[in-house]
Design a protein around this ligand. Structure first.
Ligand code: ATP
Ligand code: MG
Length: 565
């Protein structure tokens, strides 16, 4: 494909340059009117978010307008469920459309355009089979052959077309084709199909129609009818542009300008709606909003923020060449946003019980904890401290190597917002040797975490008071695909064999600090030292479920470094 070549020196804001030039020349009278045109045949994904941010963003920047238009020309694959989810997703990303349209709104008008083309001798009814049509198309190097129906008289074409609409013929009996040039070097110009018969119920027009216009035939006319100025689409439509222009020019209609940009591809991320649908239908994921899905619904449930999505789209920019963006760029955008906005809390995923042997039985202290060091306005909260605590199993080692500075026998560490504690003994199961609990002492003079004598401890660990702990299920997500370049999986390959078997790890009984007992689904926070988390709608009263949105650091890079080193 012409689009896979080395990057030309196109500036990243080349679309803005085109608009600026148009505004200077007065091409569209200074207007900017874009549109986002999804087909309602699936849920929107992160790639669509790029197109949404681009189209709505340009309208905003230039004080113009942006429509949401459903390209609903394919009745058998489309559904109102998708129409609804798409609207919800665009709103969630923070955008408001000026006009809400459906290509099906234009079916009558587009039918009339087809009749006009037939009357001008620029379209004909072809009664060949689809196989015949395909076999006559030629190749990139071999010209196609004219259909034996190509020179049908105008009156016969009109009569057949009207009877197609009237429902006289079964699916596949006839098609309408543009009469352009079967030897055209651009295959899209070799008498492309405009209409096909399809006796299928449409989610909006019901059974009004049994013929449906094809995408290429509908799209430009829809743009034209809405007064779109810049019709922005992805690169694979570059060689459809001559047809887009031809269809509008031959009928002398208002002519928007089509501009192509490179679609977003992300490592470890599947962007094909068809394959995402297959993951849903085979139960490989729990639904379109499974937090591992790259859908807007999925990342929303996972805890991604609209601001992070917009910042990400801004950062990657717009280019004319296809490339693969590291998913870590997206994750870093999420981290950057949540770092500023997510309140901190303490949670222990793999609990190890700690008994403070010198702490008074039954005593509870309320310690002051800062909610977000990045945001003083977020204030403070009280965290209960008592004799029995939980810490992470990983924060203790009986025989620590040199680089391990956390808890170990005889070692002192700081409990976040609390006291300095020293490990006196590990209590073990006499049979299995498993560590059951730690016996530690605390230094009552170190409340807040500092020793009056100025002695230093190397490490601060998080903890939760056992008697105040909230039990929760925590779902740890990782990339859905283990393979980096999902788009490169050859067709026909068993693409599902590249799924990451560890994309979900469930922690059934994590221990959370008291302040998390009342959080609502959608609440986002940072579990200190562990990552950013978001409350899932599966939560029950008194039994929250948390999704890990993203780790604090790029764990994947760490794993790869380890494998290399
Ligand atoms: P389909 O295979 O169903 O056509 P699609 O991803 O092209 O899938 P559309 O509903 O046609 O889905 O897409 C709506 C808009 O979003 C189009 O303008 C399309 O170019 C754009 N878009 C789709 N995928 C991406 C992507 N990965 N990056 C940027 N834009 C995208
Ligand atoms: Mg498409």
């Amino acid at each position: 494909m012409s689009t896979e070549e080395t990057p030309p020196s196109a500036p990243t804001n080349f679309i803005q340059e085109i608009i600026d030039a148009d505004n200077i020349s007065g091409k569209f009278g200074g207007r900017v009117h874009t549109r986002f045109p999804p087909e309602p045949n699936g849920y929107l994904h992160i790639g669509h978010a790029k197109s949404i941010c681009l189209n709505f963003g340009l309208a905003k920047k230039y004080g113009g307008k942006c429509n949401l238009r459903f390209d609903d020309t394919n009745p058998t694959k489309e559904d109102v469920e998708y129409v609804d989810s798409i609207q919800e997703d665009v709103r969630w990303l923070g955008f408001h459309w000026d006009g809400l349209f459906y290509a099906s709104d234009y079916f009558e008008q587009i039918y009339k355009y087809a009749e006009q083309l037939i009357q001008k001798g620029l379209a004909y009814v072809d009664s060949s089979t689809l196989d015949e049509i395909r076999s006559q198309r030629g190749t990139l190097t071999v010209p196609g052959q004219n259909s034996r129906f190509r020179d049908r008289p105008v009156e016969e074409n009109l009569d057949l077309f009207r009877r197609m609409r009237g429902g006289e013929f079964p699916d596949g009996a006839h098609v309408v084709r543009a009469k352009i040039d079967m030897a055209h070097p651009n295959m899209n110009m070799r008498d492309p199909l405009l209409y096909r018969i399809r006796h299928a119920e449409h989610h909006r027009t019901g059974n009004t129609w049994c013929i449906y216009p094809l995408y290429d035939f509908t799209h430009g006319y829809s743009d034209s009818l809405e007064g779109i100025t810049h019709s922005i689409c992805t690169l694979e439509f570059e060689n459809h542009r001559p047809l887009y222009d031809w269809l509008i020019e031959v009928l002398d209609l208002y002519h928007p300008q089509q501009i192509e940009f490179a679609r977003l591809n992300l490592t470890h991320t599947m962007m094909s709606k068809r394959k995402l649908l297959e993951l849903v239908e085979t139960g490989t994921v729990t639904g379109w909003d499974d937090p591992r899905m790259p859908t807007i619904a999925g990342i929303r449930r996972r805890g991604y923020t609209p601001a992070a999505m917009r910042a990400f789209c801004e950062e990657i920019g717009v280019t004319k060449f296809n490339s693969l963006t590291e998913v870590v760029v997206l994750e870093n955008a999420v981290r950057a946003d949540l770092n500023k906005t997510a309140p901190r809390a303490m949670a222990v995923l793999k609990p190890l019980k700690v008994v403070l042997t010198n702490y008074p039985d039954g005593q509870v202290e309320e310690l002051e904890a800062i909610n977000n060091p990045e945001d003083p306005a977020a204030g403070t909260r009280q965290v209960p401290f008592s004799k029995v605590l939980y810490i992470e199993q990983d924060d203790f080692m009986e025989n620590p190597p040199k680089q391990f500075f956390r808890l170990a026998p005889g070692r002192e560490v700081r409990l976040r917002w609390g006291y300095l504690v020293t490990c006196q003994a590990a209590v073990k199961d006499p049979v299995t040797g498993e560590i059951l609990e730690l016996h530690c002492t605390y230094d009552p003079d170190t409340r807040g975490g500092n020793a009056p004598d100025g002695r230093k401890v190397k490490s601060t660990i998080h903890w939760v008071s056992a008697e105040h702990a909230v039990s929760a299920e925590v779902r740890l997500y990782d990339h859905l695909f283990a393979i980096e370049s999902v788009a490169d999986i050859p067709d026909g390959d068993d693409w599902k064999s590249h799924l990451n078997p560890k994309s979900l790890v469930v922690v059934p009984d994590a221990k959370l600090e008291r302040s998390l007992s009342t959080v609502e689904p959608g609440h986002r926070c940072q579990f200190e030292r562990l990552g950013y988390f978001c409350v899932d709608p599966d939560s029950q009263p008194g039994r929250p479920v948390f999704n890990r949105t993203v780790t604090l650091k790029d764990e994947w890079a760490k794993i790869q470094r380890k494998q290399v080193g």
